[in-house]
Design a protein around this ligand. Structure first.
Ligand SMILES: Cc1cc2nc3c(=O)[nH]c(=O)nc-3n(C[C@H](O)[C@H](O)[C@H](O)COP(=O)(O)OP(=O)(O)OC[C@H]3O[C@@H](n4cnc5c(N)ncnc54)[C@H](O)[C@@H]3O)c2cc1C
Length: 430
């Protein structure tokens, strides 16, 4: 990797997501050599991926170069590298561009889509965990409408215009709302020779309510908003398989669709060498103590989605969300410095700042600790919070201008098929 040792201890961080970047900021210009490895040269703002998939934003506005984040940190080295294996006995990290030794290692690799072992479902459905996958989905949605124009078979045409989104969490809810708005505001103008009123958007949730991590009021209101937009919400319905044409459920209900989006689960993005059963909990997360040290492995830490810290308040670990990831990154930064100075470490304590989801124009739900609200004000709060946490002034400006433009014009101009989606070889790309 062409990285020389300095007199300072070396900390290797794998992953430049919310957790990794937050840790990096805390270690800036301290007496450590920090090597950050990521398989992408950019940080992704995942909460807005659904807007890329639905043509509301261009991908560049939710991605930010990692090198630029680190540009003023003199003790930092970045390498574009995919980590393949970790050897904790020799303290070595193996990547596609070579290997590197560490004094301390931090895993901040995030999570990946969990298909719960259903290979056929994985093969045919669309995931939305990265910019590449979001662009694939954007292309597929538009290609389906182009295809629908060409067929005389009404059955086939309907299937091309039907969308099934599995998973009633924020991702599923936000995507369903955005698709419903496209159906109403854009499709009739773009495809006047198609009866786009026949397009259906189904949101399928296995449990009794959508947004189950939020308050009951938020769930009820989000469902009401979605139904108002014409989305069909199916609760207590579990998708069992999808062959690319038909999605089956545990009952007689089936959905004929050319597009099934799987937003029903994630699992930790483990790396070989750190994937032993004794190190992990179900859901592929690494067991960590209150200082984010991986239990049973010396000098190795995990933060963010990949880490599972069990506390009385969070018996299955903290929610796999941006806030816990950022807070763990920041606390670990402080603790690593303390560790090097032989000072006692501070345990991590999660400060829950609330959660929110948007359903569409003027419609969002927000749960704060002591205050829960829904509707237009919630939508403004949702927009403000997302703009605030986006990295980079340019990105904030571009997103803001896009949102204002889309709001005034009822438009989504990034509905472009730049790179046609081919199911056969795109699926393993990411
Ligand atoms: C569609 C979507 C919507 C979401 N909406 C919200 C929301 O509204 N609010 C919220 O709080 N949270 C939301 N989340 C969850 C939130 O994005 C995650 O909890 C957060 O990104 C976790 O941060 P992290 O740093 O642990 O992982 P990530 O941000 O995923 O970063 C992991 C990094 O590790 C890198 N990496 C992984 N494996 C390797 C490897 N082997 N070698 C090199 N690099 C590697 C990746 O390239 C990536 O840059 C959403 C997630 C998705 C997918």
């Amino acid at each position: 990797m062409n990285i020389s040792r300095t007199s300072f201890p070396r900390i290797v961080i794998i992953g430049g997501g919310f957790a990794g970047v937050s840790l990096a900021k805390k270690l800036s210009n301290k007496e450590v050599q920090v090597v950050l490895l990521d398989k992408h040269n950019y940080h992704t703002f995942q909460p807005l991926l659904y807007q890329v998939s639905t043509g509301g934003l261009e991908p560049d506005s939710i991605a930010y170069p990692i090198r630029k984040i680190l540009k003023d940190y003199h003790n930092f080295i970045f390498r574009l590298a995919e980590v393949k294996e970790i050897d904790t006995t020799t303290k070595n990290v193996m990547t596609n561009i070579g290997s590197i030794n560490y004094d301390f290692l931090v895993l901040a690799t995030g999570s990946e889509t969990n298909f719960f072992g259903n290979v056929e479902l994985e093969k045919h459905s669309m995931a939305m965990k990265s910019i590449i996958q979001s662009l694939n989905l954007r292309s597929l949605i538009l290609e389906n409408f182009e295809q629908a124009l060409l067929t005389d078979d009404l059955h086939e045409r309907d299937a091309l215009m039907n969308f099934v989104i599995v998973g009633g969490g924020p991702t599923g809810v936000e995507l369903a709302g955005a698709l419903a708005e496209i159906k109403k505001g854009i499709l009739p103008k773009d495809y006047p020779d198609l009866d786009t009123r026949r397009a259906q958007i189904h949101l399928v949730q296995s449990g009794p309510r959508i947004l189950k991590e939020m308050s009951e009021k938020a769930s009820e209101k989000a469902e009401e908003f979605l139904e108002g937009l014409g989305v069909q919400v199916w609760k207590e319905t579990r998708i069992t398989n999808y062959d690319g044409k038909i999605a089956t459920t545990m009952t007689d209900l089936i959905f004929e669709t050319a597009t099934l989006v799987w937003a029903a689960g994630v699992k930790g993005a483990l790396i070989k060498g750190m994937d032993a059963r004794e190190l992990t909990v179900p859901g592929n997360r690494l067991k960590v103590n209150q200082f984010n040290q991986v239990e049973g492995v010396e000098d190795v830490f995990a933060i963010g989605d990949i880490a599972c810290m069990v506390t009385p308040e969070y018996p299955i670990g903290h929610p796999m969300m941006a806030q816990p990831a950022m807070q763990q990154g920041a606390k670990l930064g402080e603790n690593l410095i303390k560790l090097l100075e032989n000072k006692p470490l501070d345990p991590f304590e999660y400060k829950d700042k609330g959660s929110m989801a948007t359903v569409g124009r003027n419609k969002a739900v927000v749960d704060l600790k002591n205050y829960k609200f829904q509707g237009v004000f919630a939508w403004f709060v949702w927009m403000f919070v997302h703009l605030f946490f986006l990295i980079g002034f340019r990105n904030r400006m571009v997103v803001f201008v896009n949102w204002v433009y889309n709001y005034i014009r009822f438009d989504r101009e990034a509905r472009l098929i730049i790179r046609p989606y081919n199911k056969d070889y795109s699926r393993f790309e990411d």
